[in-house]
Each structure stands twice: as structure tokens, then as C-alpha cells.
Design a protein around this ligand. Structure first.
Ligand code: HEM
Length: 158
């Protein structure tokens, strides 16, 4: 047990929890909140959705911070040294980070209040589906990364 790299375990755990909450919350909004409010009078539906969005924006902001902090820690301190010089790993992690930034950007535009993204929010169900799809691709890439053999032996337990 004393050979386990506990900071790496804690940071991976937090990263996965952050991903579960961020993606799960977006799915909840798209699959539950939007359809459930569709039958309400327009004004009421908007008020309910805005109330959900306001609460969600706080939680989502925390998820982004957690995913960024733990993601970069996992990469720089744990996985990059194990995959040094390995083109396939570096290319995939690059794509994962770029896609993750796109997910954060779109998700923030949808929960924010900037007038520049009003059009996006008017089509929220469609953009939520797109963002959930992108986030699931990020999770798929993360899973592939996990199975790319390391070039350097694992520091025990990481
Ligand atoms: C939409 C945002 C993100 C989601 C949903 C997400 C999801 C995940 C998940 C589920 C894993 C665990 C995969 C597994 O153990 O099988 C993972 C691993 C990882 N993530 Fe993220 N992530 C996101 C953003 C980021 C960001 C911004 C970084 C920054 C570098 C990052 C870096 C990493 C690294 C290095 C790993 C470990 C990969 C490996 O096993 O070699 N992630 N991610």
C-alpha cells in the first residue's frame, strides 16, 4: 500500500468526479429540464429554466476549475513522464485538451448571460446535445489514453 502514489490517485479521482458531475448535469438539463418544462406556459418555462441555469452555472464553474487543475496535474506530473516522446499519446492528449476547452467554452456560453451568446441559448437543446456529444468523445479519448502502453515503467501505483 505504501507504494501507491496517493496524490495521483486523489487527483484522478477528483478528475473523474468532476467529469461525472459536469457531463451528468448537462445530460440532466437536456434530458429532464428542457422536456419537462416544454408543456408549461412560455414565461413559466423560461423562469424555471433560468432558475436551473443559474444554480448550474455555479456548479459548472467549479467543475471546470477542478477538471483543469487535476487534468494538468495528471498530465504534467503523472502521465507525461510515462509517455515521453510517444507521438500517439501526445497527439491524443492534445486533441483531448482542445476538445475539452471547446466543451468548457460552449457550456459556459450556454449557462452564462452574455448577450453575444443569446442565439445559442435560444437553441439550447440542440447545443446541449452537441456539447454532451463532444464531452463523451473527450471521455472516449481519455479511456484510450489509459490503455496506451507506457514507455517508462509506472512509478508504483500511478
Ligand atoms: C470536458 C472535460 C474533461 C472530461 C469530461 C475529462 C474526462 C476524463 C476521464 C473520465 C478520465 C479518466 C479516464 C480513465 O481513467 O479511463 C480522464 C483522464 C485524464 N484527463 Fe481528462 N477530462 C476533461 C478535461 C481534461 C483537461 C482539460 C485535461 C488537461 C490536461 C485533462 C487531462 C487528463 C489526463 C492527463 C488524464 C489521464 C490520461 C491517462 O490515463 O493517460 N482532462 N479525463
Amino acid at each position: 500500500m505504501d507504494q501507491i502514489n496517493w496524490p495521483a490517485v486523489a487527483s484522478r479521482w477528483l478528475h473523474i468526479v468532476g467529469a461525472i458531475i459536469a457531463v451528468g448535469g448537462a445530460i440532466f438539463l437536456r434530458a429532464i429540464v428542457h422536456p419537462a418544462t416544454r408543456t408549461l406556459p412560455t414565461d413559466t418555462a423560461q423562469t424555471v429554466r433560468d432558475a436551473f441555469r443559474k444554480r448550474w452555472s455555479m456548479v459548472y464553474g467549479i467543475c471546470i476549475l477542478v477538471l483543469l487543475a487535476t487534468g494538468f496535474y495528471n498530465y504534467l506530473a503523472v502521465t507525461a513522464p510515462q509517455h515521453r516522446g510517444q507521438g500517439s499519446y501526445n497527439a491524443l492528449i492534445g486533441i483531448k485538451i482542445i476538445l475539452a476547452f471547446a466543451v468548457f467554452f460552449l457550456g459556459s456560453a450556454l449557462v452564462g448571460r452574455s448577450p453575444a451568446f443569446e442565439n445559442l441559448r435560444r437553441n439550447a437543446p440542440r447545443w446541449l446535445i452537441i456539447n454532451i456529444g463532444l464531452a463523451l468523445i473527450v471521455v472516449a479519448i481519455a479511456t484510450v489514453l489509459k490503455f496506451i502502453p507506457t514507455v517508462v515503467a509506472h512509478p508504483a501505483g500511478s
